[in-house]
Design a protein around this ligand. Structure first.
Ligand code: SF4
Length: 189
């Protein structure tokens, strides 16, 4: 269960430590501002058993800050791009999945319904309303010319599987090319 924002302002849950550990070991000082501080480890686990990235100066230890010579942003993302690899294979799950959220519901008969939708502030629990910014609340998030299901192909394929992704594309491309109900962030414009 995610407990804080993966925006880089705080810290993020790491459900797949081996993947992130391997990636972190490949990062260099050129790519990761706080690499030396991470010598003592870059995760911590609380009493409830939830593992998160450690903080460095109040934010995720992987977050390079404004003024860093490689620019502000996630060091794992920088490492993946430098290596010519998918950032999906370097970052914690919730970090690369955002703004997509996969929910699975099992009914009384054991039938599982999977839903992909947008992460909302409310999904973060009580702390969600405290984020000073949330990407999909801004109209700026809706200016891309490539449809989300194409732009986020790798992410969707990882989350729902390649076969289901192909079915999704077939269905979406058979529909009329118009927006039936604009996102609320765009409607407010
Ligand atoms: S691992 Fe990267 S994307 Fe995730 S919270 Fe830290 S800086 Fe942000």
């Amino acid at each position: 269960m995610p407990i804080q924002s993966p925006s880089g302002l705080v810290q993020c849950p790491i459900p797949t430590p081996p993947q992130v550990e391997k990636a972190a070991a490949r990062l260099t000082d050129d790519q990761w501002q706080f690499r030396k501080r991470a010598r003592q480890g870059f995760t911590k686990t609380d009493k409830a058993g939830v593992t998160t990235t450690r903080l460095a100066d109040g934010a995720c230890i992987f977050l390079n800050r404004p003024g860093f010579h490689r620019g502000a942003g996630c060091a794992l993302h920088v490492g993946a791009l430098d290596a010519g690899e998918r950032f999906i294979d370097w970052k914690p799950d919730v970090c690369w999945q955002l703004p997509l959220r996969l929910q699975e519901h099992t009914d009384d008969y054991g039938h599982v319904t999977s839903t992909i939708r947008e992460w909302k502030r409310r999904d973060w629990g009580d702390g969600g309303d405290e984020f000073h910014w949330w990407c999909t609340e801004s109209p700026d998030a809706f200016v891309g010319r490539v449809p989300t299901y194409r732009y986020l192909r790798d992410e969707l394929s990882e989350m729902i599987g390649g076969r289901i992704y192909d079915l999704l594309v077939t269905q979406l491309e058979a529909r009329p090319k118009k927006t039936l109900l604009p996102h609320p962030a765009v409607r407010r414009r």
